[in-house]
Design a protein around this ligand. Structure first.
Ligand code: ADP
Ligand code: MG
Length: 320
């Protein structure tokens, strides 16, 4: 199929964003925003590395790669506006398969009223999908990683480890309690945009999204803020039936699983009630999971009963 025909098929018939001046169809897209900070992010998915057709349909692949980008915008406190898609297509792919990728992206995109405004199409050895997403932030309320302070509460939205549990069930073709729940959490994650935006009244919130795993994300906050963070093991939120998995799997998945696309952050104690209210208004859960301390030898520690252990991004634990 000619590239032109393909682009005609995936192109939106109408656009949602009023700031858009030119979408798909010229050498580049054009939009006009006044006095807003513009936030841009990009994620790349490679077949065989970031996804396999064994555990995901192409619809889910599209859904997920866009979700990863929207989640990054949420973690910056940004309202998503637009996205662009670069795709490397191997010969054996049929046009209806490629359309499914875009169907998945459009399904998620339309729930945020965001528009596909451009991209690039080339052929190559393996399927590669790169999405660039653009958002805006008003009133200088960008949520950076470097703003944590000693005494802050560390919080996380939703449940952790679900996505990794879902992947495990798919890869090993296992039955389990709430199998559909875990698989859906893996294939169709929900970026926490509404919650992030609902905190716009708060002056200082540090945010990061859980793409690589809780310990990794919390380390990034601690390092950027020049602090250390203690996570309280029994407070890490997991789904009721998560307890059906082996203890070492539970530990591994909740701390290192990643791809839950929940938001982890820190906030002053005085603002914690407001954060809980924002979660309530956004119909999600939020839990206090730890606290920020002065910088010590390691960025992240885990408190189990009266034992405090350091934990590295790779997961090795040493007694302190
Ligand atoms: P150019 O050669 O000027 O870069 P192209 O012929 O590559 O333009 O693309 C024509 C239009 O289609 C542009 O608006 C471009 O952004 C858009 N486009 C191309 N490939 C894709 C794609 N895979 N997804 C979305 N839009 C695309
Ligand atoms: Mg051109």
């Amino acid at each position: 199929m000619a590239e032109f025909q393909f682009i005609e098929q995936i192109k939106q018939k109408t656009y949602n964003q009023s700031s858009l001046i030119k979408g798909i169809g010229d050498d580049a897209a054009v939009f006009r925003e006044r006095s807003q900070d513009i936030v841009i992010t990009k994620d790349t998915f490679v077949e065989g590395v970031h996804f396999s057709k064994k555990t995901m349909t192409l619809y889910h692949v599209g859904y997920r790669v866009l979700a990863a980008n929207i989640s990054d915008l949420a973690a910056m406190g940004a309202t998503p506006l637009f996205y662009l898609v670069s795709i490397v297509i191997p010969n054996q792919y049929e046009q209806n398969e490629l359309r499914q990728i875009y169907e998945g992206m459009k399904a998620l995109g339309s729930s945020y009223n965001i528009d596909l405004i451009g991209g690039d199409t080339v052929s190559g050895q393996e399927l590669v999908i790169t999405v660039t997403a653009i958002g805006k932030v008003v009133d200088n309320k960008v949520r950076y990683r470097h703003t944590s302070q000693v005494g802050d509460i560390v919080f996380v939205t939703g449940m952790l480890g679900d996505s990794r549990a879902g992947l495990h069930l798919l890869m090993n073709e296992l039955k389990a309690d709430d199998r559909d729940y875990f698989i859906k959490r893996h294939q169709m994650p929900e970026p926490r945009v509404k919650f992030a935006l609902s905190m716009c009244e708060l002056n200082r919130v540090t945010l990061n999204d859980v793409s690589d795993g809780l310990v990794s994300e919390v380390s990034e906050i601690a390092e950027a803020s020049n602090k250390s963070i203690v996570l309280v093991d029994k407070k890490i939120p997991t789904y009721e039936s998560f307890s059906q998995f082996a203890p070492d799997q539970q530990f591994d998945w909740k701390y290192f699983g990643g791809e839950d696309f929940e938001l982890v952050g820190t906030v002053a104690k005085d603002d914690w009630t407001k954060v809980k209210q924002c979660a309530n208004d956004s119909q999600i859960t939020v839990n206090e999971i730890g606290y920020v301390i002065e910088k010590t030898d390691y960025p992240v520690y885990i408190k189990e009963e009266n034992n405090v252990k350091q934990i590295t991004k790779r997961g090795y634990i040493h007694l302190k």
